[in-house]
Design a protein around this ligand. Structure first.
Ligand code: FMN
Length: 239
């Protein structure tokens, strides 16, 4: 079992997204999975030019010379691809979107209809099952509605399926290690380790793990007050 993570956080190894991914991969590794963890923030990936040379002139090869070809060869035999991102303006990050556009190099240019009668790319050798991991700054889980809808559409388009969606609101708390909040976050990260183990073992999460992953860290009102104090402090220091 090989799991490839694509981390689309602009903050890379310092990001809250990485805190989630690290815990998930710890569990997956313990369960015997081989893991690859790609930080897009450390890579040079230009925009897709939409020239379609990768389909019609040099099939499977992109004309742009940057880090993309190395990433494709690193993740091409993965059984599961994890897309990890901070929520940016209700969506995935620009880094991740840019990477996914460039992944068209691996899609078949031929289309076929799915069971619902909608067109999609025909299966290629690269249609791993998908796991979505995201965190956001706001406290409500409703902010993930767009990503949750999008990842299912994306999987359909690539002729694969989503096997898990893991979302953490109140993302500003993920890095806290002290006091009661630190204890709550460390318990949450243990559940994420369990999630990694379950995905590596059974390619699915148990209902218990799904429920535990959906718990908020602290009540929304307290979170909002704490964020206000933080903003006041930062602006005060800047004056
Ligand atoms: C450009 C930008 C846009 C953002 N948009 C949202 C948003 O729409 N909703 C939200 O809840 N948080 C938003 N955030 C907050 C991030 O999702 C949050 O800080 C997250 O923890 C960052 O993860 P990271 O540390 O891995 O980058 C935004 C942050 C940035 C920098």
């Amino acid at each position: 079992m090989k799991i490839a993570v694509i981390n689309g956080s602009h903050r890379g190894k310092k990001g809250n997204t990485h805190i989630m991914v690290s815990a998930f991969l710890k569990g997956a590794t313990e369960a015997g999975a081989e893991v690859v963890n790609v930080f897009l923030s450390e890579k040079k990936i230009d925009y897709c030019k939409a020239c379609k040379a990768c389909w019609f002139k040099s099939p499977g090869k992109c004309v742009i010379k940057d880090d993309m070809a190395d990433i494709v060869s690193l993740i091409k035999d993965a059984d599961i691809r994890v897309l990890a991102t901070p929520l940016y303006l209700d969506n995935i990050s620009g880094l991740l979107k840019n990477f996914l556009d460039r992944m068209m190099v691996t899609a078949s240019p031929y289309w076929g209809k799915d069971r619902e009668g909608e067109c999609r790319h025909l299966t290629t050798e690269m249609s791993p099952q998908l796991v979505m991991i995201a965190n956001c700054g706001y406290p409500e889980r409703s902010h993930f509605q767009v990503i949750s809808h999008w990842i299912k559409r994306h999987a359909r388009n690539l002729n694969t399926e989503v096997i898990a969606e893991i979302y953490a609101s109140q993302g500003a708390l993920l890095g806290i290690k002290e006091n009661e909040v630190g204890t709550i976050v460390s318990q949450y990260l243990k559940v994420l380790e369990t999630a990694g183990r379950e995905i590596a073992t059974n390619k699915q999460l148990t209902n218990e793990t799904i429920t535990r992953l959906e718990q908020k860290f602290i009540p929304d009102e307290i979170y909002i007050q704490e964020v206000k104090k933080y903003v006041d402090g930062m602006l005060g220091a800047a004056r």
